[in-house]
Design a protein around this ligand. Structure first.
Ligand code: UDX
Length: 425
């Protein structure tokens, strides 16, 4: 396996930038392209705007070593030496739930004729099953599906310590070539056909979504029957077939992947004539979970949130990121605003302005005068707030803790009422 390969990466979002910087860290020569000239300029000077631990350092290391470059436009990333071109552009959800492939197609239309023979195109963007085969006519080099399994907030670590590498193509030799780029990581590598490789990603992400919807429903049931979901999930998680991870109830799952991928797979199933009722119901459960949280907030405000001051702690879809895409917190905040609540929110990673609410830099400012306080993101710093001070600042006394993050005893000592989903409290 030759170590240094010439790679082009198109798209410098969290997937593309992580892929580019990590492949450079493995010794490859990487040129990253984006259409946003301002972003390219900043990246070229070592400024990383995405909050992703270790990414800034890797980008700067690559720039200094000279094996990581940033250019404007896909065509400038391709040279006669390019061996693999990674597509890391967005595939947002279209109106009908299907993935919108226009960005992928437009990059291929641009660079299709420039790719040297012996080069392979690798799709990192989550694309519907069948895409690699569908795109084949657009280029005269093989297309390899190479899904990523990166979690936001630990993308660099996930990239460098993968559970598995999945590559798939009608041209197995090309798939193997892409798989070889990761040889230094010594992860199990599956060389599959394109559709199976694409399916792995959806099947895995949708499984996680179903698991979470299940556990969220169990949490609600625990409330109704007087069981404690923390104890229940501990008991479940000790079964190695279930596992301990992804068993934490919350305000609903969100982020840039799970909502998009569940809808896309549902769409794929519909197109294929399969009624994937289980998946549909997991998506519906996720909507109900948010509604349940809103209902708990109404109860904390004596039945209606109209005119009520509510303090939100956390807006990002999970801790460790500043990503608001499909964040349940935003859905909940908007619903409260629509019902006439006055929202003040604080998230340690988010500054600036958001429509309909007041965003503040200080958590104590967010709880001031609030009838109810709601924890929506599991930022560890919320645990150690001075709850006596919070109690003094609030007008009411209920804290709805949708992440089961806080210590109920701390809150009780401060005279506050702690409400967590599925917990005996
Ligand atoms: C996910 C997948 O984990 C990753 O493999 C894939 O490539 C992209 O999608 P990510 O979206 O970054 O990664 O977030 P993840 O940490 O998986 O969390 C997804 C959602 O589930 C978040 O809203 C999170 O708060 C929620 N969650 C997760 C829970 O509510 N409880 C849990 O126990 C775990």
């Amino acid at each position: 396996v030759r170590l240094q390969r010439k790679i082009a990466v198109v798209g410098t979002g969290y997937v593309g930038l992580t892929t580019g910087a990590c492949l450079a860290a493995l010794g490859h020569h990487v040129v990253c392209a984006d259409i946003d000239a301002n972003k390219v300029d900043r990246l070229g000077r070592g400024h990383v705007d995405i909050l992703e631990p270790g990414l800034d350092e890797l980008v700067n290391r690559g720039l200094t070593a000279g094996n990581l470059e940033f250019v404007v436009g896909a065509t400038n990333a391709v040279s006669p030496e390019t061996e693999v071109l990674f597509l890391c552009v967005p595939t947002p959800m279209g109106a009908d739930g299907s993935a919108d492939l226009r960005a992928v197609e437009s990059v291929l239309a641009e660079v299709g004729d420039m790719l040297p023979s012996g080069c392979a195109v690798a799709t990192k963007s989550t694309v519907p099953v069948g895409t690699a085969d569908r795109l084949r006519h657009m280029v005269n080099v093989p297309i390899v599906a190479n899904p990523e399994f990166l979690r936001e907030g630990s993308a660099v670590d996930d990239f460098l310590h993968p559970d598995r590498i999945v590559v798939g193509s009608a041209d197995r030799e090309a798939a193997q070539r892409v798989g070889d780029l990761y040889a230094a990581l010594q992860a199990p590598t599956l060389v599959l056909d394109a559709a199976s490789a694409e399916m792995v990603k959806y099947a895995a992400n949708c499984f996680l979504a179903v698991k979470l919807s299940y556990v969220n429903a169990i949490a609600q049931l625990c409330d109704r029957v007087g069981a404690d979901v923390r104890e229940v999930t501990e008991g479940m998680g000790l079964d190695p077939r279930i596992g301990r991870s992804f068993l934490k109830p919350g305000p609903g799952w969100g982020g840039s992947c799970l909502p998009k991928d569940t809808n896309a797979l549902l769409h794929v199933a519909e197109q294929a004539g399969l009624d994937f009722a289980l998946l549909r119901s997991a998506i519906e459960q996720n909507v109900r979970q948010q509604e349940d949280v809103i209902d708990r907030i109404r109860q904390a405000c004596d039945g209606t949130v109209r005119g009520a001051r509510i303090g939100l702690l956390g807006l990002a879809f999970k801790a460790g990121t500043n990503d608001l895409r499909d964040s349940p917190a935003i859905g909940i905040a908007n619903a409260l605003v629509a019902e006439g609540a006055e929202i003040t929110a604080h998230d340690p990673a988010i500054t600036g302005e958001l429509p309909g609410m007041r965003l503040v830099d200080d958590p104590y400012e967010a709880v001031k005068g609030a009838i109810a306080v709601v924890v929506l993101t599991e930022w560890p710093e919320f645990r150690t707030l001075d709850w006596t001070k919070v109690a003094e600042l609030m007008d009411g006394f209920t804290v709805v803790d949708t992440r089961d993050l806080l210590d109920g005893d701390d809150l009780a000592r401060a005279g506050l009422r702690w409400k967590a989903i599925g917990r005996r409290c």
